[in-house]
Design a binder for this molecule. Structure first.
Ligand code: NOJ
Length: 545
C-alpha cells in the first residue's frame, strides 16, 4: 500500500453553528473556530472537516446551499474563511470542506431560474416530471425527512424531485452542464487551499429516478471518476464520501486508489445495527457479537484494497457514550474504552466535536426545544399516525440529530462558554460537569486519552498499517483484536459492559512483560493466563516480538 498523508491523519469534525460563537449572536462562527485552533492543535488532530459554512437559508442547517462560493453571513465572510485556512495551516492543520452536490437550496440561483419556465436554460439542472393524468404525483417515492419526494410547483404545473426537504431540490446529474458547474466550483475551492472534501450523500448522484433507483445508481462510479479526473484527482487531497448503503465490496470501488475515486468512504453498518429494520425512530439494544462481526468484516475486507474511515459520531448521530457506553458512573471509563476500540483499528479516525470530552446526549422535555428538521418532521408525522408522544419523545432522546448539535461545552460559565447570547438551541444541562476547561485540568480526563491515542497513531505504524485479527470473536461482552506488522504485535481488549469480565487468554497472547501503551485503569505489565477486566476496562499492549 503506497503511504498517503491521510493514512495516519486524525480528523476533527466541526459543526460550525454549535462550536463557538465569537460575536455573541447565539450562533457559532468562523472566528469562533479560529479562536479554538490552539485547542485542536493541543488535541493533536491535523485535519478539520467543516460542516457546511456556505450561504444558505438554513432549512437543513447549511446542507441546503444557495451559493457554493460564499460564506453564510451568520458564520462570517470569505476573508474569515481565508484567515481560518491560513491560521490552520500555520498549525499544520488542513481544512476539508463539506461538498453537498446531490442537491442545492431552493434559493440557489439555478433553482430560481429552473422553476421559472419549462424552457429556461436551467430547467434541466433539476429533476422535473409531469403530474400523472389524474394530476397526482409522478410516483410514490418518499423523502428521507418524511413525506413524498415530489413537490408540485405551480408556475409550470410540474413536480420537482427532492430526496431531502422540499427546500433541497435534487440536482440532475444526467445533465453535463451540472457536472461541469460542480467541477468548476470544486476547483475554485481547491484553489483556496483546502485539504479536501467530505462528499455529502454522494452515493445518490448516479440515480435513475424513473426506475426508483436512488443509492448506488448505474452511473455513480463513472460520475465520481469524472469528478476525480476533472478536479481533486490531480491533487493530494483527502476525499471521503458519505455512503449509507456501502458494503465492503462497494467501498472498495470507491477507495481502491487504482480506480481514482475517493480516499475513503463513511459506512454506517456499526451505527444502524441499533435501528430496528433500519428505522432510527425504533431504537433497539446493541447486540455486541453482531456489532463486532460488522466492524471485523470491514477491517478484514478492506485490508489489502481500499481504506476505512473510523468513527462513532457525527452531526447526524447520537453521542456514542450515551449509545454504547454509560453516562452515569462509568462515563469517563466508557468514553475512553470506546475511543480506544475505534482508534486502535485500521483506517482514518474522525472525532466529532465534544466527543473528546465525553459529551452526552441531551433529553429535552419538550419537542419544542428541538430544532432539527428531520426530528420535527418525524415527530409530527408519527404522532399524527398514532404513535404515542412519549414513545416518540423517547426515540428522539435516543437518536435525534440534535443530540450532537447542542452547543460545545467550553467551560462552566453561562451557556457553557459557547456564547454570551441565548444559543440557537439549548445547551445540554450537564455542561458544568462536562466541559473543556474541566477536562484540561484533569490529567485523567477523556481529553487526554484522545490526545494519547492520536499521538500513538503518529508514533506506531502498526496502528496505521498492521493486519487486524479478532480475538474472543463470539464473546458477548468483550471486543478484542490483535494488530500485527513486522515490528509489533498489538493486543487490544475492550470490555463493553459495566460488569467485571474474566477471560482465559490464548497462550500466544500471554506474556510476562508487555508495554502497555494505553489504558483507562492501571497500566498492565503482563498478560497472564487469566485476565480480569474491570467495568468498561480497555487497554492496548505491545507484546514482545
Ligand atoms: C447528510 C448530512 O450529513 C445531513 O446532515 C444532511 O441533512 C443530509 N445529508 C442532506 O444534505
Amino acid at each position: 500500500m503506497t503511504p498517503k498523508w491521510w493514512h495516519d491523519a486524525v480528523v476533527y469534525q466541526i459543526y460550525p453553528r454549535s462550536f463557538c460563537d465569537s460575536n455573541n449572536d447565539g450562533m457559532g462562527d468562523l472566528q469562533g473556530i479560529i479562536g479554538k485552533l490552539d485547542y485542536l492543535k493541543k488535541l493533536g488532530v491535523n485535519v478539520i472537516w467543516l460542516s457546511p459554512v456556505y450561504r444558505s437559508p438554513m432549512d437543513d442547517n447549511g446542507y441546503d446551499i444557495s451559493d457554493y462560493q460564499d460564506i453564510a453571513p451568520e458564520f462570517g465572510t470569505m476573508e474569515d474563511m481565508q484567515q481560518l485556512l491560513a491560521e490552520a495551516k500555520q498549525r499544520d492543520i488542513r481544512i476539508i470542506m463539506d461538498l453537498v452536490v446531490n442537491h442545492t437550496s431552493d434559493e440557489h440561483p439555478w433553482f430560481i431560474e429552473s422553476r421559472k419556465s419549462k424552457d429556461n436554460p436551467y430547467r434541466d439542472y433539476y429533476i422535473w416530471r409531469q403530474p400523472k393524468e389524474d394530476g397526482s404525483v409522478p410516483d410514490d417515492q418518499g423523502s428521507v425527512f418524511g413525506g413524498g419526494a415530489w413537490e408540485f410547483d405551480e408556475t409550470t404545473g410540474e413536480y420537482f424531485y427532492h430526496i431531502f426537504s422540499k427546500r433541497q431540490p435534487d440536482l440532475n446529474w444526467e445533465n453535463p452542464k451540472v457536472q461541469e458547474e460542480v467541477h468548476k466550483m470544486i476547483n475554485w475551492w481547491i484553489d483556496q487551499g483546502i485539504g479536501g472534501f467530505r462528499l455529502d450523500v454522494i452515493d445518490l448522484i448516479g440515480k435513475e429516478i424513473d426506475k426508483k433507483i436512488t443509492g448506488n445508481g448505474p452511473r455513480l462510479h463513472q460520475l465520481i471518476q469524472e469528478m476525480n479526473q476533472a478536479t481533486f484527482g490531480k491533487k493530494d487531497l483527502l476525499t471521503v464520501g458519505e455512503t449509507w448503503d456501502a458494503t465492503p465490496e462497494i467501498a472498495k470501488l470507491y477507495s481502491n486508489p487504482a480506480r481514482n475515486e475517493f480516499s475513503m468512504v463513511f459506512q454506517f453498518e456499526h451505527i444502524s445495527l441499533t435501528w430496528k429494520y433500519g428505522d432510527k425512530w425504533n431504537p433497539i439494544d446493541l447486540d455486541l457479537p453482531q456489532f463486532k462481526r460488522a466492524l471485523t468484516k470491514w477491517q478484514v475486507e478492506l485490508a489489502e484494497e481500499g481504506w476505512n474511515s473510523l468513527f462513532w459520531n457525527n452531526h447526524d448521530l447520537p453521542r456514542v457514550v450515551s449509545k454504547y457506553g454509560d453516562v452515569g458512573r462509568y462515563r469517563v471509563e466508557s468514553a475512553k474504552m470506546l475511543a480506544t476500540t475505534m482508534h486502535m483499528m485500521k483506517g482514518t479516525p474522525y472525532v466529532y466535536q465534544g466527543e473528546e470530552i465525553g459529551m452526552t446526549n441531551v433529553a429535552f422535555d419538550s419537542i419544542d426545544d428541538y430544532r432539527d428538521i428531520e426530528t420535527l418532521n418525524f415527530y409530527k408525522e408519527r404522532t399524527e399516525n398514532g404513535v404515542a408522544p412519549e414513545t416518540m419523545l423517547a426515540a428522539v432522546h435516543e437518536n435525534s440529530r440534535d443530540n450532537a448539535r447542542t452547543p460545545m461545552h467550553w467551560d462552566k460559565t453561562d451557556n457553557a462558554g459557547f456564547s454570551q447570547a441565548q444559543p440557537w438551541i439549548k445547551v445540554n444541562p450537564n455542561y458544568p460537569e462536562i466541559n473543556v476547561e474541566a477536562a484540561l485540568e484533569d490529567q485523567n480526563s477523556v481529553f487526554y486519552h484522545y490526545q494519547k491515542l492520536i499521538e500513538l497513531r503518529k508514533a506506531l505504524p502498526v496502528i496505521v498499517y498492521g493486519d487486524f485479527e479478532p480475538v474472543f470473536e463470539d464473546h458477548d461482552k468483550v471486543f478484542g483484536y490483535v494488530r500485527t506488522d513486522e515490528q509489533h504485535r498489538l493486543f487490544v481488549l475492550n470490555n463493553f459492559t459495566s460488569e467485571e469480565v474474566v477471560l482465559n487468554i490464548p497462550v500466544e497472547l500471554q506474556a510476562a512483560n508487555v508495554e502497555c501503551i494505553i489504558s483507562n485503569y492501571d497500566y498492565r505489565q503482563q498478560i497472564e493466563e487469566t485476565v480480569t477486566l474491570k467495568p468498561y476496562e480497555s487497554f492496548a499492549v505491545l507484546l514482545p516480538a
